[in-house]
Design a protein around this ligand. Structure first.
Ligand code: GCU
Length: 647
């Protein structure tokens, strides 16, 4: 029964434990009227009616950390700061909804990553770039919207430990360029205050060409004194009105966005100029490394888009100022279902780094197809870069453990919109929840996170929880099987990025080629090819450069191989393509059947919404299977050993 305007996701408190009598609230060492503390108390009252709560100041607990303990008298949360109190209260709530009684609550934790950020790609006209869940709930008709939905959003984010939100698209155009002007300061300061109450700092994406677009200047050269002076005035004006602003995210020299290259300056010149200007206010500049040539000629086999990030940024390692963080996508290309880890992560050893992943399912099924992405994020975090004898995983690097730095963490392109269920597909909320939990504690497993999310969202009996958990955990591999094989990526419909089009990008300017002909497929990124392999530290470079040691799920990312190449499974490459596509489609049907089996335990409305998505997913899987198989059968002329129908 959903009578509310939108769902409450994992905070629906459907079985709030209720005890008779009055619940006491004791606060020691904090101001109970401070917004963060007051919000924590309000949340607790909502979730756990009738249970007493004590919030105590404890200096010994690390910043943003907490200790939450239950006893016969209720719940006690100890922390050294207000965010710790907030997170501790949410931890207690989580434990209670994951099956513990109040007296059994016991958890001590502090975040592994300093920055845990959401990046919205929301435009001011209300549309969302790569959004699959309706329109923006931040912007409408070039105005900022603040309402109950905004508050619920902030609650959800706080409950999973998010402490920074970028509200607007990285492609800053039109009205969005004016977010740093008087036109929007009033509303922004209201939003910033609301966020602060949930421990969240407001950030914005910035137009590098602001001096031209809103300042009326004829240049935005970062080394031009007049440009610097313009930014100094501008940033002062911004911080006078938005003293709590965290800083800015900048997409420069990328896919048509302006940047320092226009003036013969480096990425560091651009980032450092802004960082110096913002430094007196405690702000930071998050500078994206998604810089590549997007006007490539498909005939050109030398230029390799995968190389671009490293080629542009590695040489400037150490040149970036302390309050600059480079934001690096998990893979060297662009959020494909399978990519190697970007060699920039850990390749940089003297620069703050933040890992960027995409929760929005741009290339992973548009929140129509089920694709639980936490296993993918885990693989990235656990990857050994070999940048350090001990602390060399991506998790080590971005958390600051490797370099002993304090600026770094994880950011995600979010999957929300104003749909009733926030994420288009109800099950896609597992990715939203999971990203936050994982950014807070990178040691959690994909399964633990899935189970938490299921328990809080649906509260299912064990058997049904197992079914849904298994569906989530299988889903990424299923999606991978019926789409592009062995790390080759793309093969999607251009622009929209949903559904198959094997040659959709093959003759385009975007640098995303599979190079299939009648003999074989794949991109040679070894020394004989583009040399991309050598951007990794030696151990990884060696592993990738030989198809025998290259992890097989990535073999076509690194090698051009004949269809007759024998995989470790004993199957030829072409047979693997056929088998995986038949299997993937069949397993998608298995997922849909599993969902059907949950009909009696899932609320009717949610059940129906997800069922509709599965119907679409099955069409999609079938289309992928048949187009990919037919394409390779026609190219190679090699028949399926099992004689199945290929068109
Ligand atoms: C992808 C996506 C774009 C987006 C870009 C980015 O290429 O398709 O819509 O702007 O990533 O990350 O900046």
């Amino acid at each position: 029964m959903e009578t509310q305007k939108w769902t409450q996701l994992w905070l629906n408190y459907k079985d709030a434990e209720t005890k008779p009598g009055t619940a006491d609230i004791v606060v020691e060492g904090f101001d109970e009227n401070a917004p963060v503390v007051a919000n924590a108390i309000a949340e607790f009252k909502r979730a756990a009616r009738g249970i007493s709560l004590s919030l105590l100041h404890k200096d010994t607990i690390p910043g943003e950390g907490y200790r939450a303990l239950g006893s016969e008298d209720g719940i006690t949360v100890e922390a050294s700061d207000e965010r710790g109190i907030l997170y501790g209260v949410f931890a207690a709530i989580r434990q209670m909804y994951c099956g513990k009684r109040a007296v059994e609550v016991a958890e001590e934790a502090s975040p592994k990553n300093p920055l845990r950020m959401m990046n919205h790609w929301d435009n001011m006209d209300g549309s969302i770039e790569r959004g699959y869940s309706g329109e923006s709930f931040f912007f409408e008709n070039e105005e900022i919207v603040i309402g109950d939905r905004t508050r619920d959003y902030a609650r959800f984010m706080a409950s999973i430990g998010i402490n920074g939100v970028v509200i607007n698209n990285v492609n800053v155009k039109g009205a969005a360029s004016y977010l740093i002007t008087d036109r929007y300061f009033g509303r922004l300061s209201e939003l910033s205050e609301l966020f602060e109450g949930y421990g969240i700092k407001l950030y914005m994406s910035l137009n590098f060409a602001s001096p031209i677009e809103i300042g009326g200047m004829d240049t935005c050269d970062p080394l031009d004194q007049k440009v610097i002076a313009w930014w100094e005035d501008k940033i002062k004006e911004v911080y006078d009105r938005l003293p709590n602003l965290g800083g800015f995210l900048v997409k420069a020299d990328s896919e048509g966005r302006p940047g320092p290259f226009t003036y013969g300056r480096t990425q560091a010149d651009g980032a450092n100029m802004l960082a110096d200007v913002i430094k007196p206010y405690g702000g930071i500049i998050i500078w994206r490394c998604f810089v590549y040539n997007c006007t490539q000629d498909w005939r050109d086999y030398k230029t390799d888009r995968a190389r671009a990030g490293y080629d542009y940024f590695k040489g400037l390692d150490g040149a970036y100022h302390d309050n600059v963080i480079l934001q690096i996508k998990n893979g060297p290309m662009d959020f494909q279902i399978r990519e190697p880890v970007s060699p920039l992560l850990g390749g940089l050893t003297k620069t703050n780094q933040i890992l960027e992943v995409q929760i929005a399912q741009e290339y992973t099924g548009h929140q129509i197809d089920l694709c639980y992405l936490i296993p993918l994020y885990k693989e990235v975090l656990d990857f050994h870069t070999h940048c350090d004898p001990e602390k060399d995983t991506v998790a080590d690097v971005v958390s600051g453990r490797t370099m002993g730095n304090t600026l770094g963490g994880m950011a995600a392109v979010i999957n929300t919109g104003n749909d009733l269920n926030w994420t288009g597909n109800d099950l896609a909320a597992a990715n939203l929840y999971g990203f936050g939990r994982l950014a807070f504690d990178t040691d959690l497993s994909a399964e633990e996170i899935a189970r938490e999310w299921i328990a809080m969202t649906f509260g299912l009996p064990k058997k049904e929880e197992d079914i849904l958990c298994s569906m989530l955990l299988r889903s990424r591999e299923v999606y991978e099987k019926y789409t592009s094989p062995l790390g080759i990526g793309w093969m999607v419909n251009p622009m929209g990025h949903y559904g198959p089009s094997v040659d959709g990008y093959e003759y385009s300017r975007w640098g995303t080629y599979h190079r299939a002909d009648h003999l074989g497929i794949g991109v040679d990124r070894t020394e004989k090819g583009t040399g991309y392999c050598n951007q990794y530290y030696e151990e990884n470079a060696k592993m990738y450069s030989d198809p025998k040691t290259c992890p097989e799920e990535l073999v076509l990312f690194f090698h051009h191989l004949p269809y007759t190449y024998m995989l470790k499974s004993g199957k030829s490459l072409i047979q693997h393509i056929y088998d995986s596509h038949f299997e993937g489609e069949e397993q998608a049907r298995g997922l849909a059947a599993d969902w059907d089996s949950l009909k009696d335990v899932i609320p009717e409305a949610a059940f129906g919404r997800v069922k509709e998505r599965f119907d679409l997913q099955l069409d999609n899987a079938r289309e992928w299977r048949d187009q990919v198989n037919s394409y390779f059968f026609r190219k190679s002329g090699i028949a399926d050993e099992k004689g199945r129908t290929i068109y």
